[in-house]
Design a protein around this ligand. Structure first.
Ligand code: ADP
Length: 451
């Protein structure tokens, strides 16, 4: 069975059940009490009528039979002969089968119906009679005990009260929980769109209850988080700026040292400085680009770009890198495939993906770039038959500084910012990038861009 998870439904079920139990307990108590009282009343009534008729007999009043036949006071009395044959009486219960017995009023059941029966025997009277049985009787069916109104209450009014409670309560709870829906919606939007500028909507006339306070507190918390993120972005941007000049100086001087190196040892040291300085310089450029995109400061010139031309430029720039590993660079671009994009940024994204294909490709493998129209969009696929990405890493590779294997990637001087940058660039274009990969077989990146 499906578990009920909505608090509204659970609260409604809880208080409706509680209401039902309370009504049941009250009804049971009131019912038992009134049942006992009614039984006592019936017993008293039957006993009284029988005693009065018996007294009339004892006083030898002549109108006894007439009275028992028609007087409303004796509607629960009948008179029988001493062998149990009916003579006169007002009630029409078929209870002559119940054996006559003197004593106290008692409960008897005939054909599933219950009666209170009270018998008194009158012995032979002067005048030749053999004697009589005076029998008082009344049915104790629930209708008589509780009355019709009680049954109407149990069968109609109580279910109506329960229905009203359930629906009314659900409506009130739903209204009270409305702010929770706003909170959920805002939280979902923030995580789906990575947009911490969103806030929980609070109606100006909203009641100042606990949920209102919660919304205000969460909005304050979001203000703080947004500020922290801004500060962090500013820090990255400032730090990268500060590092740019010293690293350019190190690179320039390293290159100078390489020029004037006197022997192999000096050459090796200078080469090391140049390589590392180039890596740090590349890292700083990526960090600066990411910071600019994050802070909406990146210059973004959308123009009509021919994807075929762009891909050729990217492939040309990476030819020598591919030749080092004997990797073939294949292209298959539909003619006149024009997209609306910032040429420099898109070139950088495509170059990055091809260069990853080469970096993580096998000797004598291939990296292919294909592109075609797909509805209103252009689809660009960059695929390789390289080392692939283990499944557990696939969801994380677009994260900043994320590298699948630190040791392996150090060989390539990688920093884990390439794919983060590519994703930021594609998002800036309003596009989408996805990846499919099989460890040991190869990787495929798919970009969708609006034309
Ligand atoms: P880097 O610039 O350091 O290569 P990226 O952000 O470009 O970092 O890539 C992140 C990680 O994803 C890399 O460490 C690498 O392990 C993996 N990766 C990226 N592209 C490929 C690919 N084509 N084949 C296999 N692994 C890849």
């Amino acid at each position: 069975m499906k578990k009920i998870t909505s608090i509204k439904t659970r609260i409604t079920i809880w208080y409706t059940t509680l209401m039902f139990i309370l009504i049941a307990i009250v009804l049971a108590l009131v019912g038992t009490l009134s049942y006992r009282l009614s039984l006592d009343n019936i017993e008293k009534n039957v006993t009284l009528q029988v005693t009065q008729v018996s007294e009339k007999f004892s006083k030898r009043q002549d109108d006894v039979f007439k009275n028992v036949d028609s007087n409303k006071e004796f509607k629960n009395v009948s008179i029988y002969t001493s062998d149990g044959n009916y003579i006169v009486g007002q009630y029409n219960y078929d209870i002559s089968g119940i054996a006559f017995r003197e004593g106290k009023p008692r409960r008897e059941t005939v054909d599933g119906k219950e009666y209170i029966v009270y018998d008194v025997q009158k012995h032979s009277l002067p005048g030749g009679h053999n004697g009589f049985w005076i029998r008082g009787a009344e049915s104790v069916s629930s209708t008589i005990l509780f009355g019709r109104s009680a049954i109407v209450i149990i069968l109609i009014i109580i279910p109506l009260i329960l229905l009203f409670t359930a629906f009314g309560g659900y409506y009130i709870t739903k209204k009270a929980f409305l702010p929770v829906n706003n909170i959920i919606k805002t939280a979902t939007d923030i995580s789906a769109q990575n947009d911490v500028t969103r806030r929980i909507e609070i109606a100006p006339d909203a009641k100042k209850d606990e949920l209102h306070d919660l919304s205000v507190t969460l909005n304050k918390m979001l203000d703080k988080i947004e500020n922290l993120i801004k500060q962090e972005k500013q820090f990255t941007s400032d730090a990268s700026h500060e590092l740019r000049t010293p690293i350019s100086v190190i690179l320039a001087q390293g290159e100078y040292l390489l020029d004037i190196a006197q022997n192999d040892k000096e050459k090796e040291l200078a080469e090391n400085i140049v390589t590392k300085a180039k890596q740090v310089s590349e890292l700083i450029s990526r960090l600066l680009l990411l910071a600019r995109i994050d802070q909406n400061r990146q210059k973004f010139n959308k123009e009509k770009v021919d994807l075929g031309v762009l891909t050729d430029i990217a492939v040309d720039s990476l030819k020598s890198l591919a030749e080092e590993k004997n990797i073939q660079l294949l292209t298959d671009i539909e003619d006149n495939l024009i997209v609306n994009a910032d040429e420099v940024l898109l070139l950088s994204a495509i170059t990055n993906l091809i260069s990853n294909g080469i970096k993580y490709g096998n000797e004598s493998g291939y990296v292919s770039v294909s592109a075609r129209r797909s509805g209103n969009a252009a689809e660009i696929i960059i695929a390789d038959n390289g080392i692939g990405i283990p499944e557990e890493h696939i969801g994380k590779i677009f994260g900043r500084f994320y590298r699948v294997d630190d040791v392996r990637n150090d060989e390539y001087g990688s920093n884990g910012l390439g794919l983060a940058m590519v994703k930021s660039i594609i998002n800036l274009h309003g596009g989408e990038i996805t990846v499919k990969s099989k460890f040991g077989q190869g990787t495929e990146f798919r970009i969708m861009l609006n034309e």
